[in-house]
Design a protein around this ligand. Sequence first.
Ligand code: GLY
Ligand code: MN
Length: 456
Amino acid sequence: MVCGSWLNVSGGPADSLVNEYDTDLLSAAFHQGRREALRSLLPENSAAIFFANSIKNRSNDVDFEFHQSPNFYYLTGYTEPHGIFIIFKEVQSKDGQRFDELIFVQPRDSTKELWVGKRLGVEGVQKILGIQSAFANEHFADFELDFSVFDQVYVIPDDQVMADNSTDRGDRFSLKKHLQMKMDTTGRNINTVLLKEMMSGLREVKESEELELLRRAIDITCLAHQELMEKIKVGQNEYHAEAILEYVFKSEGAEYPGFPSIVGAGENSCILHYTTNRKILQDNDLVVVDIGAEYHGYSADVTRTFPVNGKFSKEQMLIYNIVLEAQEAGIAACLPGNRFWAANQAATRVIIKRLKQLNLITDSREYRKYFMHGTSHYLGLDVHDAGLFGNLSEGNVLTVEPGIYIPEGSPCDPKWWNIGVRIEDDVLITKTGYEVLSDCIPKSVSDIEEMMAAPK
Ligand code: GLY
Ligand code: MN
């Protein structure tokens, strides 16, 4: 990279999902529809406020790649920092102008764009995103808005740490400061709880445009798993496996991994969110591979566990088959009308029964020693996506991912030690049942062994 003294205050590396190259981005009509859906949830005489994410510094002149706030992206399609979006229940009038939403964004700036990439600017937001009441962020400070006139002003509490660029009146720091100055100083009408709930209710039901992107992210992730099952070798490092996986992500057009890839072999298979990925793969290791490509903002999350040498040992197979049976029971419980946690309950029942049969536990409550997480989360713009965790309904996408982890030193026969197994699929709830979106990767012991033994 080239050096520049203001690199870290200019917007971070270019990360525009709104670009001139991709033709399958979410449409302006989709975002507009989501804004209308939110407006219909807002009570009379209310407003809701959203900030774009902050830029996060990695060290000195280098920032982390910018990632937009999922709520901001969902409602606007805007993928740059230093923005604020305000949606009103009713049409507002000011200086002869009428609007029911306002967005303040980074203005075009040829010098900064030369360094970190094109900005959409005010005109781009109007033309491409279709939000007409758009302004440069530096004008937010002087834009007359009196939030004390509303019965309710909804905000999501802001936990972002942000640097102040004192030369920029429109940076995130200034937007927040000037919003506070426009708020009712008594805090009487400020609600910091319900907006998150409203957005969760919207985001937990995926629209067809979202499902297209999510399916693409999941298909890419499945390809990566298949590629690794065919290429993995004893003697490689965990990071070789990670490289094979992420090569597929990138070469298939996924912008990023949706979360750091987990490639945990042997003892590391028992670390739930292991991401060091440095160990040398040994002959008798099982490897937990928990990965998800992110495509245009939507992240997959699929886990497979398999033996590095292509053949399960007797103990590995016994534990693997318990997890698989639990997962199948969990998936079968993913029916519209069932509670969100039905899959967790069904999977847990299987795990308790089978762990008892293997004498790994005697009391049902002891299962937590070996299965210490839930089976499910929603999936979407966040890998652990927003949702209300009530009853399942058409358009929900959730994971089903039971696991059993027996680290060295566990109170059982050492023959079980260092066996960690997790199996995870992504499940779409349909009108009458479910569809497993990630079912093209082998899952049974025989299918995995067959695939790994196939001539390369
Ligand atoms: N894929 C990691 C998790 O769901 O926590
Ligand atoms: Mn998961």
